[in-house]
Design a protein around this ligand. Structure first.
Ligand SMILES: [Fe+2]
Length: 132
């Protein structure tokens, strides 16, 4: 099952929506590589890209919240840390493709809950401060 990007996932801030879509693409790319039996090197490259995109996206999301004094920043940051820790757990390991696939599917569920939950709360708040 692949999770397609849709406007129901929108947080209403263009740059954040673009980054969410790029992250979802990167995640789907690893799953596709695994499904097609890609070589370990390809999987490692795809996973590195996913980790880098997640780090960059979380940093820019947190920066935006910080700039505008978003009151729920601390809790939101903790959710980001939790996700990054899960991604870092993978680094340096070479798990079986089946294990990595189910792990990534869980991660995608987590990510989806995060964008549908905590992320959608900051959208209207930032909108109220003129952020588009
Ligand atoms: Fe977030």
């Amino acid at each position: 099952m692949s999770l397609m990007w849709s406007y129901t996932c929108s947080v209403g801030i263009e740059a954040m929506d673009d980054q969410h879509a790029a992250l979802m693409d990167a995640l789907n790319e690893v799953l596709a590589a695994l499904a097609h039996g890609a070589e370990q090197q390809t999987i490692t490259t795809c996973m590195r890209r996913l980790v880098t995109l997640a780090e960059q996206h979380f940093a820019s999301e947190e920066r935006l919240m910080e700039q505008h004094g978003y009151p729920e920043l601390a809790g939101h940051r903790m959710e980001h840390r939790a996700l990054l820790e899960r991604l870092y757990e993978w680094q340096g390991r070479r798990p079986a493709a089946g294990y990595l696939t189910s792990w990534l599917e869980n991660l995608r569920g987590w990510f989806h809950n995060h964008t549908e939950g905590a992320d959608r709360e900051y959208g209207p708040w930032l909108h109220g401060r003129g952020v588009r």
